[in-house]
Design a protein around this ligand. Structure first.
Ligand code: ZN
Ligand code: ZN
Ligand code: ZN
Length: 334
């Protein structure tokens, strides 16, 4: 990220979290003030295993190519670099390790953000990457491990069997495998992969448009807490597991929030790109206790979804009902 954008990004983050000593000084316009603030900014390194939100958007991000509606025009005027494609990071300070869930097209920036939350490594490269499926927002960041970019050495990439074969058999991904930039490990559904004493991962198959690979969500198990991460699923009712019970069994749930309503994308047939609408999910989750509702963080948000707008009515309704909309740099003790 260029220094300017990083500075602007930090400023915006701080102005949201109110960590600046003098909140008044966060007004943009006085370059001296801005410079002073930039120099004072740093994230506290995490002191125990922690999950960090590194991106919250649907695959194609925002501003979205060729979208000239207010959702994206406003973003183009105020690029703040908190708009990154869905991804979670896991930092394990005890073992000096960090992991990535999804290799999004924004991965270089996201790995730098992950480094901002730890102080044990001088290297942004992760100790492993878990991939849910072969749609562009979830794996194409792998290209940055290749010859034209980092020329990384044997980064462990964890994928389901079809996803693994897809990467092995198709260029340019096959070159990453042949050149040993990445080292593929096969995951098995409903089976625990133990990465370390502090991290275990269980893939759960979910119904989705599986053109090139199967699709999974992950149960991410830390030493004291468990998180469910399902960025893409066609509909909750098509799943063989009951999402409400799954929520009660974890501490945090990061769930598909692609669209709020079916009216958002007038130029596309929504039946061809099914997702649980946020409005439907809220109905389904209504019977959960307040404690269970508070575990839910909506993520994988399309550029058209009004929950991206901090001041929208639907965002307020979601929060009033006890749910959250995931935000970049949100941290969760694991
Ligand atoms: Zn997606
Ligand atoms: Zn848009
Ligand atoms: Zn998908």
């Amino acid at each position: 990220m260029s220094k300017f954008y990083y500075s602007l990004f930090c400023l915006l983050i701080l102005s949201c979290t109110q960590e600046i000593d003098d909140p008044e000084s966060s007004e943009i316009g006085d370059s001296t003030l801005i410079q002073n603030e930039i120099e004072n900014i740093s994230f506290e390194p995490v002191d125990s295993p922690t999950l960090i939100v590194l991106g919250t958007l649907q695959d194609a991000g925002a501003p979205h190519m060729n979208c000239h509606q207010a959702c994206c025009e406003n973003l183009r005027k105020n690029l703040d670099h908190s708009n990154l494609v869905v991804s979670l990071g896991f930092i394990d300070p005890e073992n000096h390790q960090k992991y990535l869930f999804e290799a999004s097209p924004d991965m270089p920036e996201q790995l730098a953000l992950l480094s901002d939350h730890e102080n044990f490594s001088s290297n942004d490269l992760p100790d492993g990457v878990f991939i849910t499926h072969a749609h562009i927002g979830h794996y194409t960041g792998l290209m940055y491990f290749g010859k034209e970019a980092n020329n990384a050495s044997s980064i462990p990439v964890y994928a389901m069997p079809k996803m693994k074969t897809f990467l092995e058999k198709n260029g340019p991904w096959s070159q990453l495998v042949e050149d040993k930039n990445i080292r593929l490990s096969s995951l098995k559904s409903n089976t625990t992969t133990s990465v370390s004493n502090n991290l275990q991962v269980i893939p759960l198959l979910v119904p989705h448009r599986d053109e090139f690979s199967e699709t999974v969500g992950f149960k991410i198990i830390g030493p004291t807490k468990t998180a469910l991460f399902i960025p893409d699923i066609d509909k909750w009712e098509k799943w063989d597991l009951d999402i409400n019970s799954e929520i009660t069994n974890v501490d945090y749930a990061f769930l598909d929030a692609t669209f709020y309503s079916s009216k958002e994308i007038p130029n596309r047939k929504i039946e061809e790109i099914p997702h649980p609408l946020v409005s439907e999910s809220m109905d389904r989750f209504k019977s959960l206790s307040d404690m269970d509702k508070s575990k839910i963080y909506f993520i994988h948000v399309n550029h058209t979804n009004p929950i991206l707008d901090q001041s929208s009515d639907v965002k307020h309704q979601i929060e009033e009902a006890g749910y959250h909309v995931a935000e970049i740099h949100d941290t969760f003790k694991m």
